[in-house]
Design a protein around this ligand. Sequence first.
Ligand SMILES: *[C@@H]1O[C@H](CO)[C@@H](O)[C@H](O)[C@H]1NC(C)=O
Ligand SMILES: *[C@@H]1O[C@H](CO)[C@@H](O)[C@H](O)[C@H]1NC(C)=O
Length: 261
Amino acid sequence: MAVTRIIALATIMAISHVCGTIAAPQGRILEGENAAAGEFPWVASVRVDNAHVAVGSIISQYHILTSAQGVSELGSTPISSSRVSVRVGSINQFAGGQIVSASSILIHPSFGNFLHNIAIITLAEPLSFTDRIASIAWDTSELNETLADGINVLLAGWGLQLSGASPYRLQKTTLSVLSSHECEYKAGYGYESALCLNHGVNQGIGRGDEGAGVVFNHTLVGVASFFFGAGGTEFPDVSCRTAYYSDWILNNVDPALAYLK
Ligand SMILES: *[C@@H]1O[C@H](CO)[C@@H](O)[C@H](O)[C@H]1NC(C)=O
Ligand SMILES: *[C@@H]1O[C@H](CO)[C@@H](O)[C@H](O)[C@H]1NC(C)=O
């Protein structure tokens, strides 16, 4: 039964990838709004060969939490860190702020097709925090308990828009938590590690929004992982619960560096 479910998801994902590359342009933080400068100072654009691949969140002066899929080759093998950088301190994905190189990339060891889509980028030099560059704390467990059905959470990203264009300006949106029970019922995705997010039709996350921080009460409670189909469907979007990964994050964020934040 579990196998059937995974295959069904694989089919949906395969279709999503096909549509994303050859069919009509799809995917975006749909129906989002422009973010203001400094409104999301923890948001970074994660770049491979200097092109945006995912959104990241600054969790210390040296560390960016993001999705695994943008910075992995096969399974949990990271792509060469020399190809990876982040742009921080700018709501414009193409300009402004600072570009900082990565020194290493850690993919969650269990990252597979759809689960554990989470990675930590260590930067080659520390970020200097300003009103436009700042870290955000991640939830270890306290907020996890309060993430009941219908709780509103905030996301921001540069995912593709309806027109297929890459928005230069960071887009923000509010989505609502879908309980694990409801997510299992609606999408077969009631995993303990997953935080599912409800959205209206043609809303939610899209290509390029992967890795976006899911924020509640000024704290990172999730990392956007994937959407069904082309995005904006009747299925919920899925993120990784930071509470589930809290120990893994802590164990892999060099404390000597992390406490500099
Ligand atoms: C939100 O954070 C504040 C402190 O930062 C805390 O006092 C409050 O209890 C939190 N709210 C929830 C719902 O956890
Ligand atoms: C977070 O909440 C979910 C849903 O209530 C629960 O299944 C999970 O065990 C919680 N995880 C942690 C680490 O507290």
